[in-house]
Design a protein around this ligand. Structure first.
Ligand SMILES: [Zn+2]
Length: 376
């Protein structure tokens, strides 16, 4: 009893800062993006914790556990949707209120980013937005927005790897990667369509397509998610299991780099072959938006790995989610490349060919897509 009592006293005496350091406002600014979007940047000393509230003609960012700074006034660029930006301390929270020239729709998740400190900058919360349905009344706009969100089908682009002159890897028993992944892709298309998604395929038959063209299809279709389907091979015939890859400039391990080399070799795209992309995509790729796309891809890949594990699909030893500079994932669409298993392993080659196992993979991917937090 005595010990408990002492414990309570000690806990009560600990300084509050030991639990949560307070954040502080460093700067605020607006700007116009090359694509015409208005950008609002809020810089803070620590990683911001925030909620966004949409008013009739205001955008409010509530920063929790944050202290304002009266000497900070917003630097406002001309030609943006923002008239003024002010700060109001409300208890522990700091409200940053942007007064708008026109109403805006809810900002899509991939247009909200938190950037890590670099150079002279601390943490930056970056919001990119456009005017939304400005001519209607606010009530009507809100109803129209929620209605369209409820009915808009999410768009999935499926990309069965390789095809045509490029067989991908070939199993000991002669099974070609391009054939297996096309079969999985077709089944997946029907299953996702049945689940209410709009589905497009980069290839629906035995056709060869360049990697950049596959990524461009995802862009053109304005896809919400891009899934590239592959099967693996390894010099060690005992190697088995699935793994899932997201895009990064550096491979997460040696194996991931080898895989990227092999997959990229499909059309000899140089990893740094940035110029082969259209100007629009280059701008988007070089923009800060990539941080958000990377985060969403990571989220999907982790969910997909869990779905595979739950379905009892064997995982390759090591991390289930890896990162590699894969050309096919270079786009502004969140996505992942799934290596469904190893054709170089005799047992897994048999499995990958079997309809029952393909159905299992398809069911797991459908589950991962359903569970993915698309958000508008
Ligand atoms: Zn492949």
């Amino acid at each position: 009893m005595q010990i408990t009592g002492v414990g309570i006293v000690v806990a009560g005496m600990l300084p509050r800062t030991a639990f949560a350091a307070r954040n502080s406002l460093k700067s605020m600014r607006t700007g116009v993006q090359p694509n015409g979007k208005t950008r609002l940047v809020i810089e803070t000393g620590l990683r911001p914790s925030y909620t966004i509230v949409y008013g009739e003609n205001t955008l409010t960012v509530k920063l929790s556990n944050t202290t304002g700074n009266d000497s900070v006034s917003a630097k406002l660029a001309s030609g943006t949707l923002v008239k003024t930006v002010t700060q109001t301390q409300i208890g522990d929270a700091l409200n940053i209120v942007a007064e708008l020239r026109k109403p805006i729709a809810e900002i899509p998740k991939n247009q909200i980013m938190v950037l890590e400190p670099n150079g002279d900058n601390d943490y930056r919360l970056v919001l990119d937005f456009v005017a939304g349905a400005g001519t209607k009344s606010t009530a009507a706009t809100a109803a129209a927005t929620s209605n369209s969100n409820a009915t808009r089908k999410r768009i999935i682009v499926l990309d069965p790897g390789h095809g045509g002159k490029d067989p991908g890897c070939i199993g000991r028993g002669g099974t070609k990667e391009k054939t297996v992944v096309l079969s999985v892709g077709r089944k997946l298309r029907s299953a996702l369509q049945n689940a209410g998604f709009a589905v497009y395929m980069t290839r629906g038959d035995d056709t060869y397509l360049k990697l950049a063209d596959r990524a461009a299809i995802a862009e053109k279709r304005k896809a919400d998610l891009f899934i590239s389907i592959h099967a693996n091979a390894n010099p060690s015939r005992s190697m088995k299991g699935f793994s899932i890859y997201t895009l990064s400039e550096k491979a997460s391990d040696e194996e991931a780099q080898k895989l990227a080399d092999a997959e990229n070799a499909a059309d000899k795209i140089d990893v740094s072959g940035f110029e082969s992309f259209s100007k629009d995509i280059r701008i988007a790729l070089s923009s800060l938006q990539q941080h958000a796309v990377a985060e969403m891809s990571e989220e999907y890949a982790n969910g997909c790995a869990s779905a595979f594990k739950r379905a009892g699909v064997e995982q390759q030893p090591g991390p289930a989610v890896r990162h590699a500079p894969l050309a096919v994932l270079r786009s502004t669409v969140p996505g992942a490349l799934i290596e469904c298993g190893h054709l170089s392993n005799a047992a897994e080659e048999k499995l990958l060919k079997s309809g029952a196992h393909q159905d299992k993979l398809v069911a797991a991917i459908v589950r991962s897509v359903k569970n993915y937090d698309f958000e508008v």
